[in-house]
Design a protein around this ligand. Sequence first.
Ligand SMILES: *[C@@H]1O[C@H](CO)[C@@H](O)[C@H](O)[C@H]1NC(C)=O
Ligand SMILES: *[C@@H]1O[C@H](CO)[C@@H](O)[C@H](O)[C@H]1NC(C)=O
Ligand SMILES: *[C@@H]1O[C@H](CO)[C@@H](O)[C@H](O)[C@H]1NC(C)=O
Ligand SMILES: *[C@@H]1O[C@H](CO)[C@@H](O)[C@H](O)[C@H]1NC(C)=O
Ligand SMILES: *[C@@H]1O[C@H](CO)[C@@H](O)[C@H](O)[C@H]1NC(C)=O
Ligand SMILES: *[C@@H]1O[C@H](CO)[C@@H](O)[C@H](O)[C@H]1NC(C)=O
Ligand SMILES: *[C@@H]1O[C@H](CO)[C@@H](O)[C@H](O)[C@H]1NC(C)=O
Ligand SMILES: *[C@@H]1O[C@H](CO)[C@@H](O)[C@H](O)[C@H]1NC(C)=O
Ligand SMILES: *[C@@H]1O[C@H](CO)[C@@H](O)[C@H](O)[C@H]1NC(C)=O
Length: 523
Amino acid sequence: MNMICRSSNTTKFGLCLFLLTTSFMSARTSDTINTSQILSDNRNDTLMSSTGALALGFYSPGNSKNRYVGIWYNDIKDKTVVWVANRDYPLTDRSGVLRVIEPGRLLLLNNATNATIWSANISSTVHAPLARLLDSGNLVVVDENDESNIIWQSFDYPTDTFLPGMKLGKNFVSGHQVYLSSAKSNDDPATGGFTYQIDPSGYPQSVIKDGASVRCKSGPWNGVRFSGSHNLVKNIIFTFGLVINKDQVYYHYTLLNDSVYMRFKLSESGEGQRWLWSYQTQNWLLYHTIPTDNCDIYSVCGAYGVCNTKTSPYCTCLNKLEPNDPRGWGADDFSIGCGRRTPLNCQEGDGFLKYSGVKLPDTEHSWSNASMSLEECKIACSKNCSCTAYASLNISNGESGCLLWFGELANMREISPGQDIYIRMAKSELELGSRKREILIVTLSVVIVTVLLGLSLKLLYSLKSDHQLQERNYVTGGPRRNYHRHQSREDMDLPMLDLSSIIKATDHFSINNKLGEGGFGPV
Ligand SMILES: *[C@@H]1O[C@H](CO)[C@@H](O)[C@H](O)[C@H]1NC(C)=O
Ligand SMILES: *[C@@H]1O[C@H](CO)[C@@H](O)[C@H](O)[C@H]1NC(C)=O
Ligand SMILES: *[C@@H]1O[C@H](CO)[C@@H](O)[C@H](O)[C@H]1NC(C)=O
Ligand SMILES: *[C@@H]1O[C@H](CO)[C@@H](O)[C@H](O)[C@H]1NC(C)=O
Ligand SMILES: *[C@@H]1O[C@H](CO)[C@@H](O)[C@H](O)[C@H]1NC(C)=O
Ligand SMILES: *[C@@H]1O[C@H](CO)[C@@H](O)[C@H](O)[C@H]1NC(C)=O
Ligand SMILES: *[C@@H]1O[C@H](CO)[C@@H](O)[C@H](O)[C@H]1NC(C)=O
Ligand SMILES: *[C@@H]1O[C@H](CO)[C@@H](O)[C@H](O)[C@H]1NC(C)=O
Ligand SMILES: *[C@@H]1O[C@H](CO)[C@@H](O)[C@H](O)[C@H]1NC(C)=O
């Protein structure tokens, strides 16, 4: 006999025991069905997980009259469905029955016609199949004599909800991908247009797609979080992680307290929503969403553009790059992105500029090695002319590993905490910065020395000779000439800064600027 209520609450426990005794007279409440049992809509049968936290049964969503087999939280009055069996194959009346048949198939039948409405695909078979609803919300089909032998589970076929314990990702051996797809509407759980998946191509990132087009990409997993998921931080409610090995890649999370309910749902409008149940207020609290803001929209600033919600416009070019289409850029059309002022010249040897505090770019076209050091990573990138950038792969325990990018860098934003990336630049671009700086230092020194000299000379001779005027002219003339020379050199730079619209963002990139030109010392 299965206990169907939460033992933590004694009064509820008593109530549930009462329900359990009465339930034998009408509807079934157990956590399993075997081959000689059925779950009937007509009889209001439900399966109840062993603690009574989750229930499986027939329901009608929203204002719909259609019937679906779903799993929901048993003690939440406003029915919150976390999985639907027949989302694309609704029953139009209460004639549905769910059964499990040999060699292990789960079937939803129309009792009136015997027609199969929905069935679960299985790859292996057993003699005595048993369907069991687990406390995690996972409906499993197992071998009655060996329940560790799971031949099918609903966690492998989620609908729009990612539950704790689920493995969202891809199995490279079977090729099976576990991902979320949105519902059409509140009244219709049918497969909608949006998906949320872990895309392992290049290096794993989480992706929200609208049909075939990308809506958001989280940036690569960095050992701690997805590079761009700034609202996914260490917390006291749940832990999370990404498992990457040769057989599979999957994203998972685990609640630290079993009596907490949390679910991640891909909404009808394509928003990833993490919800937390509040016992106090008896409703779901929105913990966080993806996208969080405009800057989470995929590559909103185009190639080499960087998004920042705090600046206006919210797109800027990476320092030392400029908009490919300054007019479009001025009109808030950032899609064409930015380009280098000086083209790369791999043969002559390029260098790398360090940018900090960023969400790493889309890794769809990237290469990784978990055991390389950052220095080896730099060498590997220098050696391959199509490598555009490199970064540390894993920042969970110091920095380790190597990530190389090929092609344009897209989907970057400024973020805190952010990461470092080293981007390939023409050598002249790197030197120009330092040469200018040296000139500036020299010029300023000359100015200061000459002015001081001039002032002392002025003091010495102020009351004296007829040469006074001539001398002063010489002294002030010198620095002024120097100043002009220095200014004319800077004049060449200013229009470039103007053109690339960086001025507004200069503050923002000041750290990057300094780090980028590090080695010459701060001025
Ligand atoms: C199914 O379970 C019921 C109740 O536990 C039992 O009476 C019946 O023999 C079982 N049938 C099979 C095929 O195991
Ligand atoms: C099943 O539930 C419906 C709606 O709550 C009710 O009208 C019906 O009488 C119930 N059927 C049985 C067999 O308990
Ligand atoms: C199945 O259908 C038959 C006849 O249509 C009906 O007598 C029976 O009660 C139904 N059984 C269930 C479990 O719905
Ligand atoms: C459905 O199938 C069962 C057994 O497979 C059979 O006994 C029953 O008559 C069938 N009902 C209909 C309506 O075909
Ligand atoms: C079962 O597999 C078939 C063929 O691969 C597929 O068309 C169908 O959608 C699958 N059904 C489910 C419920 O996954
Ligand atoms: C990142 O590094 C940590 C500590 O070295 C390690 O435990 C973890 O497996 C690594 N993660 C990935 C995804 O490589
Ligand atoms: C788990 O959460 C429940 C309900 O909020 C609380 O009463 C309980 O103390 C928590 N348990 C732990 C181990 O934190
Ligand atoms: C990764 O880097 C290590 C250390 O440099 C090297 O031994 C190994 O062969 C590399 N693996 C691949 C697949 O390139
Ligand atoms: C550079 O890297 C690309 C992508 O990994 C690869 O296809 C190409 O062969 C490499 N070129 C050299 C010269 O190693």
